[in-house]
Structure formats: structure tokens, C-alpha cells
Design a protein around this ligand. Sequence first.
Ligand code: PRP
Ligand code: URA
Length: 209
Amino acid sequence: MGKFVVLDHPLIQHKLTIIRRKETGSNEFRRIVGEIGGLMTYEITRDLPLKDVEIETPIGKTTQKEIAGKKLTIVPILRAGMGMLNGVLEMVPTAKVGVIGMYRDEKTLKPHEYFCKMPKDVSERECLIVDPMLATGGSAIDAIGALKKRGVKEIKLAVLVAAPEGVKAIREKYPDVDIYAAAEDEKLLDNGYIFPGLGDAGDRIFGTK
Ligand code: PRP
Ligand code: URA
């Protein structure tokens, strides 16, 4: 069974509280979503495998460590996942980026995919899906399905706010996927919003409401 980890580092918790506040404007909201994305990536990559490399410093030869193993692809789910992307890339600047466009039907809450562009070698890479909100889990489940269809074997998901219902849905459908969240909230409301949540992440990042 994959992990479900709440990354409750004090900096992450503090920043999350700022973006939960309804009076926080798009400029600050957008900046902090990126910052939390970066801090989460720092934690998520903690167990990346290392290998020995021989190098030469200006003083002499030495054996040091560098990251081994599969290369990473970051997969933001449009739109709101884009808000996390720059912060994540600051931690792993050599990662490639694959984009999935998805919107939820406001009535049925079912996701609809409208765009998907992955690196050619995505099946040989580990993928980290990023999206600030995990509500019913429908969007993340479809994104995971789209990656599996393309042969990706190692998939992680990073969200800022997770509803217990969404976590459960993913763990039932894709038990091999590790889920990382900055917080697990109380519940999903009938209208599809997470309580207490932070509202509509996409609208708050892009200032579209
Ligand atoms: C939001 C959010 C997730 C999805 C989560 O996107 O960014 O992708 O809802 O809900 P789910 O777990 O119930 O699928 P939305 O569809 O509002 O699109 P946007 O990012 O373009 O605003
Ligand atoms: N998507 C959002 O942006 N916010 C929620 O609370 C749920 C889904």
C-alpha cells in the first residue's frame, strides 16, 4: 500500500493558514502556493536514492554523492496545479514537465480531460502529480489513469489540501500511489468544496472570480 503523508512542517502550516484566509489576494495566494509546493518537494524527495561519484575539487580527488535512479517528471493538473509548478521546479530544476488539463463539471463533479502533453520518455520516469486540491479525487484518479496508460510505473501525488473522501478514493483505486498533503481537512461538502479548505484554488490563483 502506498503512503499517505501529511507534511506538517511549521513553515508549511503557517503558509497554509495565510492562503486559507478569505482576505488573502491573488498575488500573495499565488506566491505562497508556489512556496508550499517547493517546501513539500523538499520533503517528498527526502528518500531519493544517491550514488557515489568520483569528482575533483580545486584541491583534489574525492568521492561524493549525486542523485541516482529514475528522472522526474512534474505533472501539474491545469489550471490550479500550475500554481505549484515553479516552486517545485526550484527544488528539482532538471525535471521535465507534463501537463494535464482537467476541469470538474460543477453539477456532477466529474472531471473532464481537455489536454494532455507528456515528455516522450515519460514511461521511463517517475511522475509527481501536483494539484492544490484533492476533493472527490476524480481529477487525480483520471490523471493517474492517464499516466498509467502511457506506461508510467512510479507515481506520487502532492496536494495542499486533501479531503478524506478523496484520499480514500485514490487509495482504493490506485493503492500503489503515494499521496502527500500539507493538510487533511474535515470533509467534503455536498457542493464539492472542501471544508474548511481554501475555496476555489484555480480562481484564487488566477484571479478569475
Ligand atoms: C479543482 C482542483 C482539482 C479538482 C479537485 O480544479 O484544482 O483539479 O478541482 O477536485 P476533485 O478531487 O473533486 O476532482 P477545477 O476543476 O476547479 O479546475 P481549475 O483548476 O481549472 O480551477
Ligand atoms: N477544488 C477547489 O478548488 N476547491 C475545493 O474546495 C474543491 C475542489
